[in-house]
Design a protein around this ligand. Sequence first.
Ligand SMILES: N[C@@H](CCC(=O)N[C@@H](CS)C(=O)NCC(=O)O)C(=O)O
Length: 390
Amino acid sequence: MFSVKLTVTLRQQNSMRVTGLSQVNGAILATTPLGVCIHARSMRPDACLRMSAKAIGQGGRKVEIEMGYLKDGTWHDGWYDTAASGGKFQRSTAGFRNWITVDGTSGPSGRDGFKAESGRYHLYVSYACPWAHRTLIFRSLKGLEPHISVSVVHPDMLSDGWSFDTDFPGTTGDTLLGKDFLREIYTEAEPTVSGRVTVPVLWDKDTGTIVSNESSEIIRMFNSAFDGITGNRLDFWPEDLRPEIEALNTRIYDTVNNGVYKAGFATTQSAYDDAVYPLFGSLDWLETILRENRYLTGDRLTEADWRLFTTLVRFDKVYHTHFKCNKHMLKDYPNLWAYTRELYQMPGIKGTTRFDHIIRHYYYSQNTVNPQRIVPVSPELDFDAPHGRG
Ligand SMILES: N[C@@H](CCC(=O)N[C@@H](CS)C(=O)NCC(=O)O)C(=O)O
C-alpha cells in the first residue's frame, strides 16, 4: 500500500481526492468519493502521481484512464472521439512519411537524406500491434535483423500511451535513447509535434528523427532499399503484380485490417453493423480465393499476404471476442485457417508473433471496450498443426 495522494481531474473541471489505494494483480486501484476505481499498471508511486482520468458522460459516474495524444508537443489524455463521427472509429493518418532509399533520395514522399545503411535505423514496435507486426515480419524475411535494431514497448497502453516499462516478458525498454514513453521519441524528433503516438516508429540515429510511422510504407522500404547490403532479393511487391496487390490491399485494409477495429471501437449499433458485415463478406471472399490459390495472387507470396496475416493471426484470440467479430471464428474457415498456419510456420515468423503481448494489450488497455479489464481465457488453437497446403 502506498501513502500517496492522487487527484483525479474530471471533464467537468472539478477534482476529486482519491480515498483509497490498493494493488490487485499488479494494477493500482484507486477509489474516489464517487465510488469509482481507476486502474494503473505501474506500481511506482511517482507513476501514480502522473496518472489522470476523465469522466465519461454528463453524470461523471464512470471514470477511466484514456489513451492520449500530443498537441503542439504536449501530452493530452483522450481516445478517438467517436461522438463526432456517428459512433464510427476513424483512424488518423500517420504524420512522418519519409522514405529510406538506396541512395538517400526522397522516395515517393517526404524529404531526402535517409540512405539505406547498416546500423543506422532503429524500429520501435509493440508485439501486440498488427501494423507494427508487419514491419517485424519484413525485417525478419528480408534478413534485416543485424542491420536494424528494435525496441519493444510494454503491452499496456494506458494514460501515458505506449511505455518502455519492462515488467512484462519480451519488453526491452528503450534500448536506444533510454526514454520512458514512446511519446518522448515523437517530441525528440519534433518538439511541437501534434498527433497520435503510434507504433511502429522507424527512427534515424544519424539525424535524430523519425523517418516514418506508417507501416505500409516501412514494409515497402524494407522490401528493397537494403537489398544491396543484405544480398536478400526476395521481392514481396513484384512489379507485375502491383495492380493486383493494390486492389487486394485496398479491400483488405478497409474491411479486414481496419474493419476489425471499426467493429470493435464502434459506439453505435449502425457503426458496428457497417463494419462487421463487410468484414465477414471479405473473409468469405478470401476463403474462396484461397480455395483455388496457394496465396492471394496465386503461387507467389506477396505483401498482400503478410498484411492480411497479421489480422488473421489475432482473429480468434482477440477480435472474435473483444471486438465482437463473432459471426465465425477463423478456424471455421478451412482455407483461411490453414493459410494462416502456413504463414505462421514460415521461417522467422513465429518469433515475431507474441500472443502474450497481443492478448494482454487488447483486453487490458482498451478499457472503452472492456472496462473491467478482465482478460478472458483464450481459445486453444494449434498454430503448429500441419497446414496441408501446397
Ligand atoms: N497508420 C499506422 C497505424 C498504427 C497504429 O494505429 N498503431 C496503434 C497500435 S495497433 C497505436 O499505436 N495506437 C495508439 C493510438 O492510436 O493512440 C500504421 O499502419 O503504421
